[in-house]
Ligand binder design. Structure first.
Ligand code: ATP
Length: 321
């Protein structure tokens, strides 16, 4: 199948670097003679027929901008068979031969549905801060999210130390503990609570009481949003140790901001590969980077949760206690 026109959309939660991926796809497509249609607000834009042409200049000066120029959404309509049918009709009406989806595992499942059940050629690019996709070491947005959280925690550390307090900091990550682990290691936190492992609250409180007796005055405990909520953890610590404990929920600040180098480069690389794959007649694939090398897997494989990094990280955490 020769590809003359592609559609591109961003879906699910936004992540810094999505714009760099859009830019890469558009520029590589155009230089290969392929027309590009930008679909607004993820799958919802296919249902609503909200589509704009994207040219070389449309993606000027966006490589350094957070968010996504195509907007993003979580489309409930797309999870219905009528919604998917409408999306497929829109693709046909616009003569879009193939679709590039930038998003997380939910977006990949939607892409797989289009590919498997409606014969739409699709390529997935890993766009999520959660870094919870298989077949790639990192996802677009996770580098920046970790850096943003680290900057915030460095500020909290100053006050935690000066006021002699325990701070519990909640970071994003959905069902994944990746951001929490990275942030805990980078910030030198005393403990980390992640969804992938059962957490020993007794041991943490015992360590805090013992440390306090030896003169330790401040603690940083990082919790992943999918594991435990910061207010609950702070209440538990304060009740069991009698020490004043505050909490901070970092929330959406982690989603915004200028993408760091890691996200821009990853986005640019996988975007170029997506066009290459389509030109080779390949689809139903997700592009990632493993051990610095481009890695391409089937979409369902990419949707499996990646958990094998966790043990090594937790071994490192023991050093910090
Ligand atoms: P993030 O990791 O940032 O949350 P995500 O892509 O996992 O991103 P979701 O909200 O799970 O975000 O999915 C985005 C959209 O993909 C959904 O709103 C829906 O339109 C579509 N989608 C999700 N799951 C499915 C599914 N099983 N089948 C079809 N479409 C789906």
């Amino acid at each position: 199948m020769s590809v003359k026109k592609i559609g591109i959309l961003t879906s699910g939660g936004d992540g810094p670097g999505m714009n760099a991926a859009i830019r890469s796809v558009v520029r590589c497509a155009i230089s290969s003679g392929i027309e590009v249609a930008g679909i607004m607000r993820g799958y919802q834009g296919l249902i609503d027929d909200d589509i704009i042409p994207l040219g070389h200049r449309s993606v000027s000066n966006i490589i350094n901008r957070g968010g996504t120029i195509l907007k993003t959404a979580r489309s409930k309509d797309f999870k219905t068979s009528e919604g998917v049918k409408k999306a497929v009709t829109t693709l046909k009406e616009h003569k879009i031969d193939a679709l590039i989806v930038i998003g997380g595992d939910g977006s990949y499942r939607g892409a797989q549905d289009l590919y498997e059940n409606h014969k739409v050629p699709v390529i997935g690019l890993p766009g999520t801060i959660d870094n919870d996709l298989c077949g790639t070491d990192q996802t677009i947005g996770c580098h920046t999210a970790v850096n943003t959280a680290l900057e915030a925690i460095d500020r909290i550390r100053d006050t935690a130390h000066s006021m002699e307090r325990i701070f519990v900091i909640e970071v994003m990550g959905n069902h994944s503990g990746y951001i929490a682990l990275q942030v805990a290691l980078g910030a030198g936190a005393e403990d980390v609570i992640i969804p992938e492992r059962k957490f020993d609250y007794d041991l943490m409180c015992k360590n805090i009481i013992a440390g306090n007796k030896k003169g330790k005055i401040s603690w940083m405990i990082v919790t992943a949003e999918g594991a435990a909520k910061a207010p609950d953890v702070a209440r538990t610590i304060q009740e069991r140790t009698g020490l004043e404990t505050r909490f901070v929920v970092l929330g959406h600040v982690q989603r915004g901001g200028v993408p760091v180098e890691g996200d821009r480069i990853l986005a640019t690389r996988v975007g170029a590969v997506a066009i290459d794959l389509l030109m080779q007649g390949l689809s139903g694939k997700a592009v990632g980077v493993l051990s610095e090398k481009i890695n391409v897997v089937d979409l369902p494989v990419a949707c499996k949760r990646e958990t094998d990094r966790i043990d090594e990280y937790l071994a490192l955490m023991k050093l910090l206690r």
